[in-house]
Ligand binder design. Sequence first.
Ligand code: TXA
Ligand code: MG
Length: 349
Amino acid sequence: KAKMVQMTEKQLDMDALREAGEILKRGGLVAFPTETVYGLGGNALDPEASRKIYAAKGRPSDNPLIVHIAGMEDLPAIVSEIPEKAEKLAEAFWPGPLTMIFSKSDKVPYETTGGLDSVAVRLPSNRIAQALIRQAGGYVAAPSANTSGRPSPTLAVHVQEDLEDRIDMIIDGGQVDIGLESTIVDFTEDPPVVLRPGYLNRSMLEEVLGEVRIDPGILSADSRVRPKAPGMRYKHYAPKADLAVVEGPEQDVPGKIRELVHEKIDAGYKTGVICTSETRGEYPEGIIYSIGCRAEEESIARHLYEVLRRFDEDGVEYIYSESFYTPRMGQAIMNRLLKAAGHEIVEIQ
Ligand code: TXA
Ligand code: MG
């Protein structure tokens, strides 16, 4: 069973971090907080550790891992080239919720990159993550610390639920800040391509880089348009319930959801609603979870995965969600929500 330790970014427990570093150096697995979601760490330069990560998550081994570093000075050893634009983006947003794809160097085993000649690299801003990476020798491969097919963990208890019996240690650093996985930008192409939307949106990237493209595979509901990031291709998380997203003029959405919920409850189904604090009062029946407030869109991103996990526990059979096309993170939020819904949309005419 995984050893649980607790700390905060302000008060690092250096003894526990040294112990965690030793576990990683010996080829073991440690889950740790980052500013985006919890990661499941293993030594990125050890093929055996990468195999263990895939096994613990039940993840297909052709789905590459992100290598986490703690300083820009550790980048050159694992990539064959650093394009000038990537260097500029690193200056602007590292440490932070940004992953960049480069051509890999020989130092990185194919077990870590899922057989690809490119490598994904991220320098997280979370201080627990940074300290752990340093203690581990500088290179920590870490996918999100969930069982493959479940929502990414935003709290240590989520990691415990999924992986407790399969890994050596869990570092509990409290609730993560952002709650959605990092923005991935591929620099093996020019102009660079966004493979996964996140907290950093297109216009923030374009301010630094000029033109960037968005991988068509992440915009389309058509499964024939294949996303370039292998992980974005799998039917990701799907809640046990049938989840549908209701879209249309904002003021009409609660009424439509009320009607849908009423029909399902009448037919004897346990039915849930995902809403925000602004609309919470509009739903008289069903299991209602407010995921945040529209006035503060960060709160919506932070609680999305947690709420989806809660509905699974409740044994809900149908879920109707409002849509959240908020100004800055809307693309990332709706990318995850629509994937969870299998792109099932109720369009208000
Ligand atoms: O925020 C995050 O990025 C979190 C935290 C723990 O850092 N990590 C994370 O890892 O989300 P994971 O493994 O759940 O997602 C990594 C994504 C997958 O979709 C994978 O296919 C893609 O990155 N990826 C990794 N290496 C790649 C490569 N060389 N080329 C294309 N896509 C790659
Ligand atoms: Mg993941």
